[in-house]
Structure formats: C-alpha cells, structure tokens
Design a protein around this ligand. Structure first.
Ligand SMILES: CC(C)(COP(=O)(O)OP(=O)(O)OC[C@H]1O[C@@H](n2cnc3c(N)ncnc32)[C@H](O)[C@@H]1OP(=O)(O)O)[C@@H](O)C(=O)NCCC(=O)NCCS
Length: 328
C-alpha cells in the first residue's frame, strides 16, 4: 500500500465579474436579497470563446507548476464536470491534448457538485493501489452556459471557474496524505436539481429548446434541507470512522453553495467560523470547482499549512454527497 498526497494546486476564474447589482438589471432581484439568502456578492462568467476545457487547462497548468511535475509524469487526468465541452469526447481528453501529456489516460466523471471529492477518491485509490504515481484531478465548470438567465431562483447562485490538484504517491514517512473518503448518493432526488433535456431521455429538439429544458432546474427549498443533513452526516461519519474529534480539524472546506448551508453544518458540528473556509461571496456556486478553488485559496492565504488536518465536504445533483479527510 502506498500513500497519496496533494503535491500542488491551481485555480483559474474568468475575468468577467457579474455582481448582484448587475443581476438587478437582468431579473427581479436585489443585492440585499441575494446577500442575506446566499452570502454571494459576485460570480465570474466565462468569455464567449472560453469553454470548460480552457478553464480546466489553466488551473491544471498551475497545479503542475506548483507540484513540480512535467507533462510526461502525469499518468491520468480526471475531470469532474457537469458542463463538459461536448457530450463526448471527454473534457479530460481535451485537457490532455492542450497540456501535451504524452502518457495520460483521460476520463470525465459526473457527480455534480460532489464531483471533485469523488475524483479525488478515485485518484487516491489509483495511487494507493500502486497503479499510478501522479494524477491530475480537476473540477471545472462553465455553469453560465446551463443557467437560465431569466430564472431568478437559480441564476443568482451559479458561476464559472476551475480548480486542480496533482495527486501523487509519496515516499515520505510523515503523516501527510489522504486519510479517507465517505461517498453517498440517492437518485430518488434526481429531478430536484437537474438539466432535463439534451441527453438520451429527452434529446435536443425544437420543443425542448422552446421549453428551456436545457437549463438547470432546481427545487431550492428541498435541496437546501437535504444538503444540510447529508453534508453534516457525511462529515460526522468520516470523523467517527477515523476516530478524529471535530476539534482536531484545522479547516473545513465545504462545497460553496450557500452561506446558510455552510453555517448550519458548522453549527451542527460545533465548529467556529474561523475554522470554515468561505469564498462563495466572490465566485458563487461553481459546482465541482468550489472545493479545489477554496482549498487552493486557503493554502495561498496561509489558513492551512503542512501538517494541518483538512476536512472537505460536498453535496450536489443526483443527489450525491461526499467527504474527504486530508493531512497536508
Ligand atoms: C435558492 C435559495 C437561496 C432560496 O432561498 P429561500 O430562503 O429558500 O427562498 P424561497 O425559495 O423560499 O423564496 C422566498 C421568496 O423569495 C422569492 N425569490 C426567489 N428568488 C428570488 C430572487 N433571486 N430575488 C428576490 N426574490 C426571490 C421567492 O419567489 C419567494 O417569494 P414568495 O414568498 O413571494 O413566494 C435557497 O433555497 C437555497 O439556497 N437552496 C439550496 C440551493 C443550492 O445550494 N443548490 C445547489 C446545491 S449543490
């Protein structure tokens, strides 16, 4: 058995900023409502010529630089996304080509906002088993492309961005590395948060386009309740499984969907605000990109350093959820 660490991270967000005040001019909403209900102040929007693979490639390039790995060192690229460039080929293949990785396998995984945690758990398993040494794990989204900009109940929530990590085998004998993962899902909630058309069930047609079925639909109230419960339970169960007291966790890095969801989870676990990473005010919900972007910023800001215990937790469409424990 080998051990896997995060060797380097990167992130990229598009230049264009869309503020709550900008949204006031697009739908019947206001900055005060959005801020008090979600904590979000602004989000980034990809340029017309930018797609998910472009964002992913930029984040990945930085992660590789920080990790000090060369293109030939990467064994596998896993991209977590619900906004792939195409139905197929995988966005990971486009990233592999853009980065010129000569030996890398490529695959996308789709677990919505929990995608990055799922992807990390897979990368960890590849490394721990001895099959691979260096895996590029990316969470990247251009949610602006599946957002209905006429629907005020959803368009205020989402943004574009990408975060990446190089997950590598370590020979170090210290305690750094992934400790464990806890993943869950319940497809009975599939139609509470989804894009109803464009897949094999409802292929694209004039009718699906006219009915705006290629955009994200969400039952916000129901989603909110399940999100709080499942994320809190995932965290509690992984801490219990590894005999770790919540007090030992230096920083919780939760999926950045809504500040009220994050506060409810922290309160349930008795964890103070100073030990919870929040950057959703700047980026909104970027689905699979929130956790790598938040962890990247936490490291850059010096909120966590080598040896610290980090707990990540996510929730998303499916529904899916997952938690991961990592000692930096
Ligand atoms: C979407 C969300 C912010 C809505 O907040 P809420 O407190 O549940 O608000 P409600 O949906 O009950 O709406 C309250 C009122 O505000 C109105 N409203 C909805 N969106 C609005 C907006 N953008 N601006 C102003 N008013 C709005 C509603 O129409 C409703 O009006 P009514 O009382 O006259 O019917 C919240 O449900 C949420 O965050 N859910 C989870 C979403 C999420 O994180 N999803 C992704 C998970 S990965």
């Amino acid at each position: 058995m080998y051990k896997a660490i995060i060797k380097g991270m990167g992130m990229y967000v598009p230049e264009k900023v869309l503020t709550n005040h900008d949204l006031e001019k697009m739908v019947e909403t206001n900055d005060e409502w959005i801020t008090t209900r979600t904590g979000i102040k602004e989000r980034r929007i990809a340029a017309p010529n930018e797609s998910t693979s472009d964002l992913a490639t930029r984040a990945a390039r930085q992660a590789m630089e920080k990790a000090g790995v060369k293109p030939e060192d990467i064994d596998m690229v896993i991209v977590a996304t619900i906004t792939p460039d195409y139905i197929f080929p995988a966005t990971a293949a486009l990233v592999q080509n853009a980065l010129g990785l000569p030996h890398a396998g490529t695959v996308d995984i789709e677990a919505a906002c929990s995608g990055f945690i799922y992807a990390l758990s897979m990368a960890n398993a590849y490394v721990v088993s001895g099959m691979y040494k260096n895996i590029l794990v990316i969470g990247a989204e251009t949610l602006s492309r599946i957002t209905d900009w006429t629907d005020r109940t959803t368009c205020i929530l989402f943004g574009d961005g990408a975060g990446a990590a190089v997950v590598s085998r370590t020979e170090a004998t210290d305690t750094s590395g992934f400790i464990g993962f806890s993943l869950g899902g319940d497809g009975s909630y599939a139609d509470l948060l989804w894009v109803p058309a464009g897949g094999s069930k409802n292929p694209a047609s004039h009718e699906t386009v006219d009915n705006r079925l290629h955009y994200m639909k969400m039952n916000g109230n129901a989603t909110f309740k399940v999100a709080v419960r499942t994320m809190a339970e995932a965290l509690e169960s992984i801490l219990k499984e590894h005999h770790i007291d919540p007090g030992e966790v230096k920083l919780i890095v939760p999926h950045q969907a809504n500040l009220r969801i994050i506060s409810a989870i922290a309160e349930r676990l008795g964890i103070g605000e100073e030990r919870v990473m929040v950057n959703l005010q700047k980026y909104g919900n970027t689905s699979s990109a929130t956790i790598p972007m938040a962890l990247y910023e936490a490291i850059e800001e010096g909120r966590v350093k080598k040896g610290d215990l980090v707990a990540m937790v996510a929730f998303g469409g499916g529904f899916t959820w997952g938690a991961g424990l990592l000692r930096l």
